[in-house]
Design a protein around this ligand. Structure first.
Ligand code: VGL
Ligand code: ZN
Length: 239
């Protein structure tokens, strides 16, 4: 009798501890002073109605706005192409958007014209509510080189300066959000891992283009690089 009571007490105590332990772990990713929220390319061209609209791209905005309240450090990126940029299909007679060509630095997907410097399409969405954002890093401004990654241009040599900025500020952990999951988000996350950062990608704070299986491939590549996939609900909210 005594044994049985003890067993039941023990079992229920164990179950309760196990359950709350798991629940705590799932919500225990707490951004600290050495963490930054990276908001990738939430620009009009990538939003519904834009020239390279990402399906449901606008859905990331409320999620990012909510997350930002938990971060001391917020950095935005902005795709910022010259008119007639090498990544535009319109710059290659006979080529159409989403075809791939060979450039000196490797394969390049061709895109509709997008995010041309100084245009409204290149502006960050006015619905972003990031009053504490500290830096907007622009990329893709060399006419002959694309830059999906916010750290390293597509030639894999030219640095944007973002890694050094973050390191000088002693920021070691990045939470990457924005558009598009399978291009600028993934390349930024993977290059950040290569540069030694601890990297989370917040899946529900991103949306993808998904051209020819690119979304599944991007998640696989990110996983191999040691990028951690999480959901916005896994990030501890500001107290
Ligand atoms: C992007 C394609 C071309 C992106 C930028 O932000 O993911 N994709 N330029
Ligand atoms: Zn671009």
């Amino acid at each position: 009798m005594i044994d049985r009571r003890l067993f039941f007490l023990g079992a229920s105590t164990f179950a309760a501890a196990g359950f709350s332990g798991r629940a705590a772990a799932a919500s225990a990713i707490k951004p600290d002073k050495a963490s930054a929220l990276i908001v990738v390319d939430v620009q009009n061209c990538f939003l519904p109605g834009g020239s390279l609209a990402v399906k449901d791209g606008d859905k990331v905005i409320p999620v990012i706005n909510r997350l930002a309240k938990s971060f001391d450090n917020v950095v935005c990126t902005q795709d910022w192409h010259t008119p007639g940029h090498v990544s535009f299909a319109s710059a290659h007679p006979g080529k159409k958007p989403f075809e791939t060509i060979k450039l000196p630095y490797g394969d390049q997907v061709l895109w509709p014209d997008h995010c041309v410097q100084g245009t409204d399409g290149a502006a960050l969405s006015r619905d972003l509510d990031l009053p504490r954002a500290q830096l907007v890093i622009r990329k893709g401004y060399h006419p002959d080189v694309d830059s999906y990654s916010a750290l390293l241009e597509a030639d894999k040599k030219t640095k944007t300066g973002l890694a050094s900025y973050l390191k000088e500020r002693r920021i070691g952990t990045l939470f990457v959000t924005g558009l598009a999951t399978d291009f600028c988000v993934a390349w930024t996350a993977i290059d950040a891992r290569k540069a030694g950062f601890n990297v989370y990608v917040i899946e529900d704070a991103c949306r993808g283009i998904d051209a020819n299986g690119s979304l599944a491939k991007a998640w696989a590549d990110m996983g191999k690089a040691g990028v951690k996939k999480i959901q916005s609900g896994d990030v501890a909210t500001a107290s």
